[in-house]
Design a protein around this ligand. Structure first.
Ligand code: AMP
Ligand code: GLY
Length: 425
């Protein structure tokens, strides 16, 4: 069967790598893909269609008789790619636009959790500057967490340590309109302390299978300092998510989320990403995403021993509860290599050199994000450039191998964190 993966990040490279391993898959197309998916060879090929160009994607799927489409990022979900594919009778992994509101509207997500008794921080919703301001002026304690409701590429959250910072954030949101319509509604919520981890489920709306729990590193700087990024590295499993924590998360979050969405008339299908704050074994939901995480996918997909393609098909056609979904022993880690200046402005077009010795490194995989082919060369084309993943019998060994992989790659101004996984060791 031919498969289409939609997106262009390292997450989509890892998904393409994962499904290409199945003997049942003939060709994996990635739209639009990147320099890595362009040069994987074998079954994987790029197709130059934007992730949100649904008409062109539908044409392509019919022309190439694609039997399965997997949606990577949130933007095509928000504009209803799954609705349109289903109307056309196609097999697609992802939630509808209505169900994806768990990610695309923080107000929807908070109200949903409150209605269904799912643990999350207490909150208020504001639709104008004046009422948000008077709320903050009467707040007895800080930090308070201020969130634009709509999609802001992970940048719409301010953990305000002081009243001044909080007032500045709501001014930016409502008056300077730095996020445009995405901040027409603003959530102000209680600050949660603890450690973060992410749990990912693949679901048909009722049954689900769990990937390994993972931990991301959101800040650009070592020791979790500096600006928030899309994610600078990850590892799985996250030891913080003990089997006891995981079973509570299933009972208190995953099951009620799926049942609640179904009861509300928005049966949730595809990937459910639950971002958690865990404090003394007690978890609260920080956010939902309607997709897999990036860079977490680059560790949770390589850790899956079972056939990913079979699981995707079962998640749409039925039988997900019986499909094998077994994990490798040990751990995986990924280190993101980014352009100088990221997450702010950065230059692109820098030549990337990869030492051929890397091909002989066992258990090391290089997933591309912001790369493109320029003639015979590979050059940078984005903020996050590469995600170097390795697995091993322990997290320590996985990290050592991943950093050996990183050392074999060069481009001008490369930035990466040297402390991925350090907290877990
Ligand atoms: P979100 O986009 O909602 O995941 O928020 C981005 C980041 O802000 C999270 O990964 C947390 O590090 C932080 N954050 C969000 N909400 C809270 C909260 N209620 N308490 C503490 N930190 C939070
Ligand atoms: N790694 C965080 C995200 O994908 O949203």
């Amino acid at each position: 069967m031919n498969v289409l993966i939609i997106g262009s990040g390292a997450r989509e490279h890892a998904l393409a790598w994962g499904v290409a391993r199945s003997s049942k898959v003939s060709t994996v197309f990635v739209a639009p893909g990147n320099g890595g998916t362009a040069t994987m060879g074998g079954k994987v090929r790029n197709v130059a269609i934007k992730a949100t160009d649904i008409d062109a994607l539908l044409d392509f799927v019919e022309r190439e008789s694609i039997g399965l489409t997997v949606v990577g990022p949130e933007q095509p979900l928000e504009v209803g790619i799954v609705n349109r594919f289903r109307e056309a009778g196609l097999t697609v992994v992802g939630p509808t636009a209505e169900a994806a509101q768990l990610e695309t509207s923080k107000v929807f997500a908070k109200e949903f959790m409150k209605r269904h008794g799912i643990p999350t921080a207490g909150y208020e919703v504001f639709r104008d500057h004046a009422s948000a301001k008077s709320f903050l002026e009467s707040c007895a304690s800080f930090p308070q967490v201020i969130k634009a409701s709509g999609l802001c590429a992970g940048k719409g959250v301010v953990v305000a340590e002081s009243r001044e910072q909080a007032l500045e954030a709501i001014h930016d949101f409502f008056e300077s309109r730095v996020f445009g319509d995405a901040a027409d509604e603003v959530v102000i919520e209680e600050f949660l302390s603890g450690q973060e981890a992410s749990v990912f489920a693949l679901t048909d709306g009722e049954n689900y299978q769990l990937f390994l729990p993972a931990q991301d590193h959101k800040r650009i700087g070592e020791g979790d300092t500096g600006k928030n990024t899309g994610g600078m590295g990850a590892y799985a499993p996250a030891p913080l998510v003990t089997p006891e924590v995981m079973s509570r998360v299933e009972e208190e979050v995953i099951k009620p989320t799926l049942a609640g969405m179904k009861a509300d008339g928005y049966a949730y299908t595809g990937f459910l990403y639950v971002g958690l704050m865990i404090d003394n074994g007690v978890s609260s939901v920080v956010e939902y995403n309607a997709r897999l995480g990036d860079p977490e996918t680059q560790v949770v997909v390589p850790m899956l021993k079972s056939d990913l393609f079979d699981a995707f098909i079962a998640s749409v056609d039925g039988g997900l509860e019986d499909v094998p979904f077994e994990m490798q022993e040990g751990a995986a880690a990924t280190v993101v290599m980014a352009s100088a200046g990221y997450p702010d402005g950065y230059e692109t077009g820098k030549a990337i050199t990869i030492d051929p010795a890397l091909n002989d490194m066992e258990d090391v995989l290089v997933f591309h994000a912001g790369t493109r082919r320029a003639g015979d060369n590979l050059v940078t084309s984005g903020g996050r450039v590469l995600s170097v993943t390795a697995s091993g019998p322990s997290l320590k060994e996985a990290l050592e191998k991943a950093y050996r992989g990183v050392a074999a790659i060069e481009f001008e101004g490369v930035v990466f964190r040297r402390d991925i996984g350090a907290k877990a060791l």
